[in-house]
Design a protein around this ligand. Sequence first.
Ligand SMILES: [Zn+2]
Length: 400
Amino acid sequence: MKKDENQLLIRSCLTELCTAIGARPTGSGENRLAQQYIDRQFRQMGLQVENQPFTCIHWMAGSAALNVDNEKIPAKASPYSLPVHFSGRFERAETISELQGRDLTDKMLVLAGALAREPVMPKNFRFWNPEHHQQIIRTLESLSPKAIITFTDEVATPVFEDGDFDIPSVVVPVNYQSRFHQNSNHTIELSFEARRIPSTGANVIARLNPTAKKKVIVCAHFDTKPGTPGALDNASGITTLLLTARLLSEADLNVCAEFVAFNGEDYFSTPGQVAYLEKYTDTFGRVMLAINCDGVGYKHGKTGISPMSCSREIEILVEKHIKNYRSLTLADPWYQGDHMLFTGAGIPTLAITSQKIFDLLDTVIHSEKDTIDLIDHSRIAETALFINSMIRQIEKVLKR
Ligand SMILES: [Zn+2]
């Protein structure tokens, strides 16, 4: 394929996902448009396509009104929260033991200190769910306050983002914490509308040589958090995936190449990933290599390739091939993202992301600032070319 055709695909895919469609949270109409776009692209390459459906929630909320002793305080509903209309007293707690034995049934609860320091994993999250997070959820559910107030830095991840947790909550900027000192005389009013609308979503899975015994997987997620164009996270990965699919579909390949556009990496219960595992775990013995692209092609800094669960033979191949691509470099492993589905099962995996992305996590990623001008198109092309050549090499190694 010609170089300018690569460039055209890169430009049109990024523009379609980030500008024409925009934020595409799992369960939304925009998410469905992105799914249909990816499906169309795969079909145009002559690939066999499967849309793998699952159920989820489409969440909508109005703005929150919060007053303490008649002072207006900025607040936002936690993602997936149920609505609340409350007026009354609050209590504050910083540890689980402080909560024991309290009667909060007609009060609001303000969580501070250790209890509000980090996001609490969604109660039904499958892949990583520490006991002390589950204990926080259990304790709160048994006390059932009318609502919960948590604090956050401007763009930090909210403490609760959980469509299975039924106590309404809001996030308040951390510099307002002093308004919520324990004092039973404070009057608090909190009100917002919200709806959890039953919806569906789907992974889009395309295959080349579907019946071949051995397979390689290339994947990227296409959903976003609400309110972000999701350019680096992860239109960039989907663009790399589509370009790789087109390069490989024009090659003479004997193994099965499976291209998975995952839906739900940024949704609280990762339903697409769960659906994929439920259906395909028993085919994992056929997988020679899985490659995940998430946050690829940032214009500053290089794109990092992290081999995980790889044999020395694959590591050597990566080290040798990476030298042909100026924007690529070897990188340390990282442990969040769709590659963990495969790494966790012992499958040789390459996790690909921009090295500087870790500096953007608190400021750009998941915000309205994650726009297409952050992406260098030629770096996306190089990553796709690298994946293409790696897969062809892996096939050769297998033939020996
Ligand atoms: Zn991502």
